[in-house]
Design a protein around this ligand. Structure first.
Ligand SMILES: C[S@@+](CC[C@H](N)C(=O)[O-])C[C@H]1O[C@@H](n2cnc3c(N)ncnc32)[C@H](O)[C@@H]1O
Length: 215
């Protein structure tokens, strides 16, 4: 039975397959991710080395921990029954994929933290992939904040690494246009976009994938 924690997001509002297409998760990857419902980090986990999933909402961390605990005790039902918010898309996970995720559970850390003010423990690490979801559009209340946060994310992303942003507004786009190190990977952007849209059961997000050019 689904235990209701009353988190705002209890199922993925982005297509995990689309995020996967954009981020190209690989075995050695170390990923900094927004947590949300926890479903996206859990979906990516079996393909990468480690994920640090952050959210500034304690309830989102709690719901993600609930899903993690379900997997830990092999109670796969709540995850097998998940749908997208419009209830159209089922089958995000299969029993086999959850078993693979279970083997990697130790690689997922859930942390209550703010993307725009990362704790030192997260800032001192380097990541091969960063998934911000649409947290920046919620949190970027000024150009100064856009600049300071994106500078920090650029710093902690390894050369060659990818940053997936679900929605890029005008001021953010301007920042990226000036950045010489973070350039859009148009092929990955279009692959990620193809898997979003109402016909796919998801909001028609327009994610952008940026790659950090090796210095
Ligand atoms: C749209 S939801 C993401 C949901 C995710 N796509 C999913 O499908 O589960 C955005 C998440 O970002 C979190 N968030 C927003 N601003 C944040 C910030 N500055 N730092 C950390 N988390 C933030 C919210 O609490 C929310 O859980």
């Amino acid at each position: 039975m689904f235990k209701r924690i009353k988190a705002r997001y209890e199922c993925p509002n982005e297509n995990p397959e689309g995020v996967q297409e954009g981020l190209c998760p690989e075995e050695g990857d170390e990923v900094l991710s927004i947590c949300g419902s926890g479903i996206l980090p859990l979906y990516l986990l079996s393909k990468v080395n480690r994920i640090w999933a952050i959210d500034n909402s304690r309830r989102q961390i709690e719901i993600a921990r609930y899903f993690m605990d379900c997997i830990e005790r092999e109670d796969y039902h709540p995850l097998l029954e998940l749908t997208s918010p419009r209830g159209m898309k089922k089958g995000i996970f299969t029993r086999a994929s959850l078993e693979r995720t279970r083997e990697k559970l130790e690689g997922l850390e859930l942390i209550e933290a703010d993307l725009i003010d990362l704790p030192e423990s997260l800032k001192s690490q380097r990541y091969s992939k960063i998934y911000t979801s649409n947290a920046p559009t919620h949190s970027f209340t000024s150009r100064k904040l856009i600049s300071s946060t994106l500078e920090e994310l650029k710093k902690i992303l390894r050369p060659g690494g990818l940053m997936y942003i679900t929605r890029v507004n005008g001021a953010m786009r301007e920042w990226f246009e000036k950045s010489e190190e973070l350039v859009e990977d148009c092929e990955l952007t279009s692959k990620a976009r193809e898997l979003h849209g109402r016909e796919k059961g998801y909001f028609p997000w327009k994610p952008v994938v940026y790659r950090k050019i090796a210095a």
